[in-house]
Design a protein around this ligand. Sequence first.
Ligand code: ATP
Ligand code: MG
Length: 288
Amino acid sequence: MRKPRMPVPASVRRVPREHPVVDRERPVRRRAGRRPRPPAILVEQVAKTYEIGPISVRALRGVSLQIDRGDFVAIMGSSGSGKSTLMNILGCLDVPSAGRYEIDGIDVRDLDEDDLSDLRNGKIGFVFQSYNLVARTTALANVELPLAYAGVDRAARRSRAVQALTSVGMAERLHHQPSELSGGQQQRVAVARALVTNPTMILADEPTGNLDSRSTEDVLRIFARLNSEGRTIVLITHEPDVAEQARRVITLADGRIVEDRGLAGVHEHPPPLGERPVSPHLLRRVAR
Ligand SMILES: Nc1ncnc2c1ncn2[C@@H]1O[C@H](COP(=O)(O)OP(=O)(O)OP(=O)(O)O)[C@@H](O)[C@H]1O
Ligand SMILES: [Mg+2]
């Protein structure tokens, strides 16, 4: 395997496993009354406390949450309410101080660093507010990067990256560097990088926070499409109109869930009208 040209952080610099954790045949612990297929995300009484010298910051105080596969969830809440902390735990970028977190039925406490890295690379695509693209590196090379980490060969990397960039409308900008792209275009490259590994879940922390309304629309339309293809989407936002695009909106305050409401129905077609014949009386009234 050729070494990737870009610097690879020490945390991911390792030979990929032949059988990554996400493909492992692993019996799923079942409880009476539980559905056979585990939810995409199961969080039980998760707490996170940051210790900074003598000070403890309780960022999450017992969050319990279940997210089904293929759902589209927005997480809202004021600054400091714990949204990014929760997202980092959901994305296995950080570990809870207490409580349990299962992703696709896998308890993350059972996993070592390599397993967690496989899980992140194989299942999750991340999108951040500030795009987090590698500077002075083309859009194409940025999108190829996660595939390079995964050990995909050069030709396959290239064609998959081109495909991903094309799917977000960036086929004309393959060789542009981030500084040569608008904010909306950079974010679309970041979305292409998130989806090039074909993840089942997209975690996005304020992906439209730096974008104008047109680019926000573009990104939301891409998320809606990814969701309609069956991917689970969890999106943090401060903007109510962005949250309205989700099917479910969870609100955090001071490290706790204070509201959890479903929006299904708002975006779905109403059920077809019944077959009952309209009464002749009503028809006469309408005709008048
Ligand atoms: N690495 C850290 N070390 C110490 N405290 C932290 C750390 N990360 C977050 N915090 C604290 O945890 C709390 C929750 O932070 P978090 O970043 O999750 O909030 P947020 O809801 O994402 O806010 P914002 O909307 O501003 O992004 C805050 O009080 C924050 O100061
Ligand atoms: Mg945040």
